[in-house]
Design a protein around this ligand. Sequence first.
Ligand SMILES: [Mn+2]
Length: 307
Amino acid sequence: MKREKIYIVGHINPDLDAIASAYGYEQYRHSLKEYEYRAIRCGEINSVTRWVFDRYKTPIPPFFPSISNLNVVLVDHTYPENRPKGWENANIVEVIDHHDVKLVENIPKRLTIRPCGSTSTLIVEKMVNSNISIPFNTAGILLSAILDDTLGLMSPTTVQLDIKMVNILSNIIGISNVQEYFKLLFKQKDVWSKYTAKEIIEEDVKSIEIDGNWVSVSQVETLNNREFNEREIIEELEVNNSIKPYSLRIVMLTDLNKRDCLLLVVGKDIPLVEKALNKEIKDNKVYLKGVVSRKKQILPILENIYS
Ligand SMILES: [Mn+2]
């Protein structure tokens, strides 16, 4: 019997976790002899994803411009605004994610939603629970994705399950110093000086609607957040906002060494952010000590503002 194909896809502007978890879930299904599953992607990959897939000699999942009329598993996202083009006409059969959930219609039968550091963590857990021996290259890719999403297990989103899965994977690929490996991985990412303001904003941007208010938050993770041309980024945000007005457009320049964040903010609701942070936003800029996570530390503030 030939079974209908099921495509596994991460969010738009895919980061490493979005690509790696799709790939990992395909491998998981294939090891259960369910070959109808196929990992795909809906956007350009970033530099760290390229580096990881090259390093572990694995082809990158193919690009699909639309998921219209396909059976799909959504990984690493549920929000409609993060879904690939054509999702309105897709048959969502399953969801695996570690973010807040937004599923209004078509709630799929299979749901794996847990608050942990990465979707790849959930994929590895499935493999471990099914007693699948994880091949070297798959282990390397999934390990890299967990470390990338959890900032080397230092992000406040990190839970015990992430640490456990990282231990299992690093044993498989024979890495004894995970932090050293994370630094190497992160170096592939910390290439912001080569980027234009527009590229910096778009590299990892999430646009969401909260009760009718559109906000965008770009996360820029770096080992030194004092080397950016902040004015240029703010001006670019202003330009974007004059073309398409959002209530807030935010860029987080997070520093993994200092564990802090320079927040650049544009939009009519700056006063609301000031109130929520209890801090003045001067020249569209505010310094936040200890803030590194968009999901855990910035998005909840925005959700509070609008509810
Ligand atoms: Mn993720």
